[in-house]
Design a protein. Structure first.
Length: 614
């Protein structure tokens, strides 16, 4: 159908039995040699790195038991907890076992100390970061020192109090680590999000010399009028207390008004989109990642969110009542302009936040005029650059006579051809390719696994599809030619990471880039075996995309981490070892716009449209 349609040897001889006295000198010599090796080869840099990594979990005076491990080829640094994620090449590693009451706390480091991995089930993030397979520098920079101050209890069941010497409101144990936010004036009590603890009852790690002095009457458990200096880890407030000084910022969804500044507080009402608040009464209040304000609107008083640092989005915006005399055009502020996202360190803002039920896939049309989103209710389309909803009748020539209800039912992913004349969509194990201009279906296939991603090659000669079994133990890549015939099939390694395929850049080394386990490969369909490009050591990869120019790849975006604990990494496309940037965004799919001015990312119920504003 066309698109338009230790090795051992056995000689058989018995081995002579060695006399017992002959073995003892050899064994003694081996043990002595190993002891000397451990005693002499242990570098101070590795030991310092191990102590730094384990500091929140151990007694700093505890000497570890040290073992030198030779050639660890199977995991990031040998931890059994990260099986199946190999390094680019085997390396020697130190193992440090720190004795604790709860058992040994194990840390692995490379011999030079620049790679560190915590090997304990109490530590949720075991990743070692992005490691390029080629052009890896001889030594990597030391990890950035955390500028925060962290506290841990000296004993289990430490009381947390609503104020110094006040009522106990919670308990913490030695395995819990918390970020210290401030101290009282004297400095004998420390404050963190749940309340106050005695300074003598905790161990500190990190930068704790400059904790701000807080007033216990306004920084107490359950009283969230406290915000850290400079609004660290929060988006700075833009509104103020006053009458009609703010309004809801979204044009598509409502703000929730709650009884207290907490996400699980009783819901009072919903503030309609673009509503002007009668007054802002109190705030700001920093809680988790949100900044809250107490507001009055339509006769109701409650707390609502101004901003979400995880979403990088403002739900409230300043409002200024119109002047008696209209402004002249020259005094009107210039609308913000978007420039290309071309560097990992570029300031990224949330340009739009789209509420899409079950959002699972995003794709930009090749002419840059449309953003398509796959979700629980089918395919949704938005025009660019205004990001306004567009009906199916504006995308398909004859939407009233479409021979399928696919576009209005649950979809998993989608992709445009680079010529713009085809749109491929998938649901479960089925794939359809549409021709929007003709308003008809061109191809319909069924696969053995649920489909994960779809991509057309740059010249539209090939269509690539990836799929994985429910357990992710079986994954595959299928490639079809222009006639709809299967041209190539490759088994992939799932290892918990969903396989993703995208088109290689126009001046790239092949037709497609795809993921298999923790590696990214480049493949030319007609030219033999795929070639590994990058390795993600100890990190689960969920999606990736490239921003490319005439010279080739300039920026790579990767959705990393496990479901509910993910983040977005921006990496230099030429030198993956160069400094990059991470955003706290739990994304499942990613797509750059053709002009590189937008980066769309899906979460379970939203689509974030990111950009760089001049």
């Amino acid at each position: 159908m066309r698109w338009g349609q230790s090795k051992g040897y056995n000689t058989g001889e018995p081995h002579p039995k060695l006399a017992e006295p002959d073995l003892r000198p050899l064994i003694t010599l081996l043990l002595l040699g190993h002891a000397l090796l451990v005693a002499q080869a242990q570098p101070s840099e590795a030991l310092a790195a191990a102590y730094h990594a384990a500091a929140p979990f151990i007694n700093a005076a505890t000497p570890p038991r040290v073992t030198l491990l030779r050639e660890v080829p199977t995991t990031a640094l040998g931890c059994e907890l990260v099986a199946g994620l190999p390094l680019a090449q085997a390396l020697d590693a130190w193992r440090f076992d720190f004795p604790t009451v709860a058992g040994d706390f194990t840390v692995y480091t490379s011999v030079d100390g620049h790679l560190t991995q915590l090997c304990d089930a109490r530590v949720p993030n075991l990743g070692a970061g992005l490691i390029p397979l080629v052009n890896q520098p001889d030594s990597a920079a030391s990890p950035n020192q955390d500028a925060s101050c962290w506290l841990r209890a000296n004993s289990d069941g430490l009381n947390v109090r609503e104020a110094p010497l006040g009522k106990a409101v919670a308990k913490i144990d030695r395995l819990q680590q918390h970020k210290a936010l401030g101290r009282n004036e004297v400095g004998d009590w420390l404050f963190y999000r749940e309340g106050w603890v005695m300074r003598l009852a905790v161990r500190l790690a990190g930068n704790c010399d400059e904790l701000p002095a807080l007033d216990p009457t306004v920084a107490a458990s359950g009283v969230v009028h406290f915000c850290p200096a400079g609004y660290a880890d929060f988006l700075p407030p833009r509104i103020n207390i006053g009458i009609r000084t703010a309004r809801s910022a979204s044009q598509t969804f409502a703000n929730r008004l709650r009884a207290s500044p907490q996400p699980d507080a009783p819901l009072i009402a919903e503030i309609p989109p673009r509503s002007i608040l009668d007054s802002v009464l109190d705030g700001p209040a920093c809680q988790d990642r949100y900044i809250w304000w107490q507001v009055a609107v339509a006769g109701q008083i409650g707390w609502t969110i101004e901003s979400d640092s995880l979403a990088n989005f403002y739900y409230l915006e300043p409002y200024q009542r119109p002047a008696l005399r209209p402004h002249t055009p020259a005094s009107q502020p210039r609308p913000p302009t978007l420039r290309r996202i071309d560097k990992p360190g570029a300031p990224i803002d949330t340009i739009a936040l789209l509420e899409i039920e079950g959002a699972s896939g995003v794709a930009f049309s090749p002419d840059g005029s449309l953003l398509a989103v796959a979700g629980a209710t089918g395919a949704a389309f938005f025009s660019l650059p205004d990001i306004a909803p567009v009906g199916h009748d504006a995308v398909f020539a004859d939407s009233g006579n479409l021979p399928s209800n696919w576009l209005t039912q649950s979809l998993d992913t989608l992709a445009w051809s680079h010529g713009g004349d085809k749109l491929a969509v998938s649901r479960g194990r089925e794939l359809q390719v549409w021709q929007p201009a003709a308003g008809r279906l061109a191809l319909h296939f069924r696969f053995p696994y649920k489909l994960r991603s779809i991509a057309f090659s740059r010249d539209d000669q090939w269509l690539a599809v990836t799929g994985a079994s429910a357990s992710a133990q079986h994954s595959a890549l299928w490639i079809y030619d222009q006639h709809g015939d299967l041209a190539r099939s490759l088994p992939l390694v799932g290892a918990g990471s969903p396989p993703t395929v995208i088109a290689a850049p126009e001046r790239g080394p092949g037709d497609f880039l795809y993921s298999s386990a923790d590696k990214l490969f480049v493949l030319t369909v007609n030219a033999g075996q795929p070639r590994a490009m990058y390795q993600l050591a100890g990190v689960q990869q969920r999606a990736f995309d490239l921003s490319a120019d005439s010279a080739g790849v300039s920026l790579m975006a990767l959705a990393l981490g496990t479901q509910g604990m993910g983040w977005l990494a921006l990496v230099d496309g030429v030198n993956a070892a160069a400094p990059g940037r991470t955003l706290r965004l739990d994304a499942d799919d990613l797509a750059f716009s053709p002009d590189r001015r937008f980066l769309a990312a899906t979460t379970s119920d939203r689509v974030f449209v990111l950009g760089t504003i001049d």
